[in-house]
Design a protein around this ligand. Sequence first.
Ligand code: FAD
Length: 422
Amino acid sequence: MKLDLGPELDAFRLRLRKWIEANRAEGLEDVDERALYLSGDRLSGRIAESYRHWTERLLEARLVCPQWPEKFGGQGLSGVQVAVLNEEFHRAGVPRVTRGMGESLVGPSIIVHGTEEQKAHFLPRIISGEDRYCQGFSEPNHGSDLAAVETKGVVDGDEVVISGQKVWTSGAHLANWIFILCRTDPEAPKHRGLSFVLAPLHDNGIEVRPLRQATGASGFSQEFIDGCRAPLFNVIGGLNNGWRVAMTTLGNERGGSATTQHLRYEREFWALVDEATKRGRVGEALVRQDLAWAYTHVQLMRFQGLRLLATLAAKREPGPEASVNKLFWSEYHKRFGEVAVGLLGPDAMLAGEGDAPSGEPDGEGEPGSYHLARWQATFVSSRAGTIFSGTSQIQRNIIGERALGLPKEPPSPVEEQRSQGG
Ligand SMILES: Cc1cc2nc3c(=O)[nH]c(=O)nc-3n(C[C@H](O)[C@H](O)[C@H](O)COP(=O)(O)OP(=O)(O)OC[C@H]3O[C@@H](n4cnc5c(N)ncnc54)[C@H](O)[C@@H]3O)c2cc1C
């Protein structure tokens, strides 16, 4: 199916296609862009060299964070233009250069809530790659119930001094900045006493301890924060206004990957079909049923993406689609992992020669990490998808309350006790 986006977007697509043809990087065709970002400075050899050149070309052409305003280094592209850009990069087999949480979470929050001075200071540093962020929201006792965070922020002159504990911080080992949600007014109702603070991660009263995951890798960490300092200039949206900023951060799904998101699942699906074919299993009724189920779900993701794109093209704001989308892909992927290991049986536990150490795209691995076979790694890591960025239960609450208009969930006994000051 081809979506007609009109002559302006066709011309934009053509310009991009020509630019990519003239500037394309060699040797990056099979490398996943997220894997490139996650490899950070550990990337080496020919791929690293090619990636560096490619990044420079994209920076010159303002194609890193191109959705950001022109005056801060982007091109001010719309959600539909970003989707076209993603399609063209995918078509040409070249990776986008992304800036992780700086691009997807911090930047958009600064654009909506920051002052002009904050935008001018922080946004270009994210685009250039100088500032790399991780997210300090979750705490040992507060994940889904984010508004209850306990990490304290105390104003001391023109600085905020932060103390407390954060956990599950993805990519902290690659970051040099952290955005922290902390309580700056303990007397105010729980949503109103929070601040959103950007703080340097190193040599700043923050001890980062890596956490070992079920896959063997340490993709995330916990932080023990004791007297971390940040100037008041780094408080985005103003003191005690952090909840609104955090909501922008969490709701920031504007559909740029809408029409390309399913591609990774499609590739993975066909790899499993190959595996089933090699093993002479594709003729079995139950295997065929599982594969047909998976294929149907990947196609539904594609159509859902096109629907989101049509909403953006019509200049309408997407509603709770982000929650429907998150719930759909994460639950699909968890079940797909089960289908894959079910199909392979005990063989799913054997690592082959081509299997990278768990979670490590460059084959280097974290110290002490172990090999997981490809489908075993899919099975284990896909389970995280239904937890991060809001669990499946929380997404269902959002869909129930905001999309279907169902009555609000009654507070749990713990919440009731807390609201009565217990
Ligand atoms: C791979 C991964 C990466 C992560 N990266 C980050 C990161 O970079 N930064 C960060 O700050 N956090 C990160 N997290 C943490 C993540 O945001 C939290 O794990 C998540 O919000 C759930 O919080 P929790 O673990 O405290 O579970 P809880 O909130 O304690 O929930 C426990 C269970 O209760 C259910 N539950 C809770 N409240 C309700 C409710 N109201 N209705 C129905 N069911 C409910 C949940 O769905 C869950 O099943 C990451 C997590 C994972 C798995």
